[in-house]
Each structure stands twice: as C-alpha cells, then as structure tokens.
Design a protein around this ligand. Structure first.
Ligand SMILES: Nc1ncnc2c1ncn2[C@@H]1O[C@H](COP(=O)(O)OP(=O)(O)OP(=O)(O)O)[C@@H](O)[C@H]1O
Ligand SMILES: [Mg+2]
Length: 235
C-alpha cells in the first residue's frame, strides 16, 4: 500500500474505509529536533499498544479521539483528521526545555497545571507560540482553542490518575488535536513514552524517551516496563 506520509516515528497509509488511516509505528527514535537519531528495539510495538490502551481509556473518560481499533502489533486504524498545527504541551512539574527556558531545576512541582503551545514546524524547531499569535495567524478559532485547552486538562487529570495507580508520575506530555470533517475537535497522533515524561514514584527514575535523549541506558527495558504496567492494570 502506498505511503501517504512518513514521519520520524510513524508511517501513515490509507485505511480500509474512506476517512480512515492506518498508522504504522516504527522503532526509529529521534531527539533534539532530529539531530540525534537511533532505534529503540520494539518501540513501535510498545508505543502502538500503549497509545491504543490510553486512547480507549480517554474515550471512556470523556475525551473524543481519532482511535478506531488496533490492526496489528504495530498498526492502528484511526479516523483521518485535519491536524491543528500546534503541539499542545501539558506540564505538572518543571522539566526539559521549560526548566531550561526559565532557569529552574527539573522536577519542581508547578503551582497549577500548565498548557503550552508550540507551532508544528520542524524547520523552525517547533517554536513556542502564544495563543494570541496562533489566533492571529488563523491556525484555529477561539472556540477550538478553548476546547483544546479543556480537553488537554481533562487528559491530564485522567492520565495522572491512571499512571499514579501504576506507580508512575506524569511529569509532562505533548498532544496533537485534529478536526473531523464536521469540525469536531478530537485527540489525534499518539500518547507514548516518546511523547510523555514518566517518573517512577519514590525513586524518580525516568521511564520515557529521556533515557534515549540523555544516554541513560536501559531504554528498551523502560519502554517494556511502561507497557507492562499500562496493560497490566492498577496495583
Ligand atoms: N488521525 C490523523 N489524521 C491525520 N494525520 C495524523 C493523524 N494522527 C497523526 N497524524 C499525523 O501523522 C504524522 C505521524 O507521523 P510522525 O509522528 O512520525 O511525524 P513526525 O515525524 O513527528 O512529524 P510531524 O508531526 O512534525 O509531522 C504526524 O504528522 C501527525 O501529525
Ligand atoms: Mg510525531
């Protein structure tokens, strides 16, 4: 089947029915705007299965998503959407670029959950964008912006609780949203250890792509352990 799009982590193919896509999850890993490249063995399987599980969980918690069903170990069927060209980042503790930008240590709890936006533009390095600028550029409407913020915070509350029951703290994560043909905003793309920071409760051990970014070792093991906890249930 002909590829529609090959990104850094996934390949998008036409789906079996009109208005659907088949998304294939690769083992390729990139970091720092693709300046660092590598592979994480088994990552595609882990991320497909974790994303599927989390999309199902979020649907049950009032968040509409693009997810339809799993097709294979590495593939899911999703609804085709028009991606809103923003990366929607939700933060509970300081980490990564946020900590660097404001000169604070990593791991400081934020007084309130923060929703940040960056422009989806690899050539520009996905720059931070004010919501006023996104509106002025016509990237989305005011109603869509309010809806995305509401859904992002709902995802945060649901996922924080989900992971805490599994001994993991949700530090921050990136979401992408899209429009269905009727204009409905739904959660799209993926939710996986590539797109979240998860720290082990108690030890603070990193269980996400920071192990790859920072050469901490045990990358595959961390991804497998997150999958085990996600599918294994609470406790
Ligand atoms: N339901 C959907 N409908 C249409 N496009 C989607 C959907 N879900 C995800 N996408 C898009 O499919 C692509 C998935 O590929 P991948 O995550 O590998 O891209 P990427 O390398 O991160 O690049 P970028 O996100 O900058 O395009 C992304 O461009 C993502 O925005
Ligand atoms: Mg991506």
């Amino acid at each position: 089947m002909e590829k529609l799009y090959e990104g850094k982590a996934k390949i998008v193919y036409p789906g079996p029915e009109a208005g659907t896509y088949r998304v294939y999850y690769k083992d390729d890993a990139t970091a720092f705007n693709a300046q660092k490249r590598g592979t994480i063995a088994g990552k595609g399987v882990v991320n497909n299965r974790i994303s599927a599980q989390l999309f199902r969980y979020l649907e049950a918690h009032g968040v509409p998503t693009h997810f339809l069903r799993e097709l294979s170990e590495r593939e899911m069927l999703v609804r085709q959407v028009e991606i809103v060209p923003l990366e929607v980042i939700v933060r509970n503790r300081t980490a990564g670029t946020f900590a660097k930008r404001y000169g604070v240590e990593e791991g400081r709890p934020l007084a309130r959950a923060l929703v940040e936006f960056s422009l989806k533009n690899d050539a520009l390095g996905d720059p931070l964008i004010y919501d006023e600028a996104a509106l002025a550029l016509g990237l989305l409407s005011e109603g869509e912006l309010a809806r995305i913020r509401e859904l992002a915070l709902r995802v945060n509350e649901a996922l924080k609780a989900f992971f805490l029951e599994r001994g993991l703290e949700l530090i921050d994560f990136k979401l992408e949203f899209g429009r269905l043909p009727d204009g409905t905003i739904v959660l799209a793309d993926e939710i996986s250890p590539d797109t979240m920071r998860l720290w082990e409760v108690g030890t603070g051990e990193k269980m996400d792509k920071d192990r790859f970014r920072r050469d901490l070792g045990g990358v595959e093991e961390a991804y497998q352990e997150v999958l085990r906890r996600v599918v294994g249930g609470a406790g």
